[in-house]
Design a protein around this ligand. Structure first.
Ligand SMILES: NC(=O)C1=CN([C@@H]2O[C@H](COP(=O)(O)OP(=O)(O)OC[C@H]3O[C@@H](n4cnc5c(N)ncnc54)[C@H](O)[C@@H]3O)[C@@H](O)[C@H]2O)C=CC1
Ligand SMILES: NCC(=O)COP(=O)(O)O
Length: 323
């Protein structure tokens, strides 16, 4: 069964890295988008559905063709394309729900282009997919060989993090992360490190209180259920090599606390996966990279890693849509 790849922002590097990743892996993908946005020379097999992808994939990139209207200008998102970009994601999810595809790999979108061009109501794929998955609670994980990280709050202004960091939210994030490490990653007893919010994890309450009022009590409660949770740990000292050896995933309190270490360690091969969905979704860790779009120089290793992870996780799950 095929892995669906949504086109992402046509003015970015998404179409290029998808074409390069197909070339490198020949996995039975189904790319949904306007084939005119693919790099010139990409061998394309237009198919009418995912069922035809397997046969086509060894020779050409299987494409479920959409007409986005005007062509794409590298680096300059066209508002007219925004709805097509959103629809490609939703179509991919529909194919999985219908049991016709086994996973979704999303190429990067420009959140700003979709919000401005089509009034997109979500700050990213993660939140949109949570809605399409049945308004479920989800978690963003970024993973590479050296590290897995989870930001407890995701696409929100930093000023709002302390208010949003409620015990219920943190508990949900930890439960979903723990269940996914066990069921999707095959770790029978996951070890999770949890960062504090404040410098030095609050320095005994002298540099902030969330570690004592929110994070600590949630960890105590879940430890009592048998989860292996370390922390709250100072965010600045939990990512060096020796520290990383002590846990399977790090749950962080905000976006950059989680993403800076992983993108610094392995930007080229990091993968973003959404946990808690009824289906498997992965994505490269990078964005649209408008500055290099159309130049043919984009590095496809993160997209390849995202496809390989989607392949592995969906095979492990065995069903396209878990109810
Ligand atoms: N999953 C998604 O849809 C994601 C979307 N984005 C969106 O992408 C847009 C741009 O975000 P930025 O913060 O600039 O991050 P970015 O990842 O697009 O670019 C950061 C830097 O890395 C370089 N770069 C990125 N990917 C590369 C690749 N595959 N090969 C070679 N160089 C690469 C870029 O040229 C740039 O210098 C934003 O609108 C953001 O919201 C960002 C991350 C994920
Ligand atoms: N920085 C990660 C990111 O923006 C990915 O967001 P999403 O579109 O996968 O929700």
């Amino acid at each position: 069964m095929t892995i669906v790849v949504s086109c992402g922002e046509p003015a970015g590097i998404g179409p290029e890295v998808a074409a390069k990743a197909w070339e490198a892996t020949r996995l039975p993908l189904l790319w949904i988008g306007d084939p005119r946005h693919l790099p010139r020379g990409t061998p394309v097999a237009e198919v009418s559905g995912p069922e035809e992808a397997e046969e086509a994939a060894p020779h050409a990139l299987p494409v479920l063709a959409r007409d986005f209207g005007p062509g794409a200008m590298p680096g300059e998102p066209n508002p007219v394309h925004a709805q097509g970009v959103i629809d490609a994601i939703a179509d991919g999810v529909r194919l999985i729900r219908e049991g016709r595809a086994r996973a979704l790999c999303t190429a990067p979108i420009s959140k700003e282009a979709l919000i401005r061009g089509a009034g997109f109501a979500y700050p990213g794929h993660t939140e949109f997919l949570a809605h399409l998955g049945g308004d479920v609670e989800v978690v963003m994980m970024l993973a590479c060989d050296a590290l897995r990280v989870v930001p407890a709050t995701i696409h929100v202004p930093i000023a709002e993090v302390p208010r949003l960091l409620a015990p219920d939210l943190l508990e949900g994030v930890l439960r979903i992360t723990h269940a996914s490490l066990r069921d999707d990653w095959g770790l029978p007893s996951p070890r999770i490190a949890v960062a504090g919010l404040n410098p030095h994890a609050g320095e005994g309450g002298l540099m902030g209180s969330e570690e004592r009022t929110v994070i600590g009590p949630v960890l105590e409660r879940l430890r009592a259920e048998g989860m292996d949770l370390r922390g709250p740990l100072p965010g600045d000292t939990m990512f060096h090599q020796e520290a990383r050896a002590g846990y399977d995933a790090a749950v962080c309190m905000y976006h950059d606390q989680a993403l800076i270490p992983i993108k610094t360690l392995d930007f080229a091969r990091g993968v973003n996966a959404t946990l808690g969905l009824p289906f498997v979704r992965t994505s490269p860790d990078h964005g649209t990279a408008f500055g290099i779009a159309g130049k043919g120089i984009a590095d496809a290793r993160s997209m390849i890693a995202a496809l390989e992870l989607a392949d592995r996780l969906s095979k492990r799950r065995g069903v396209p849509w878990r109810r």
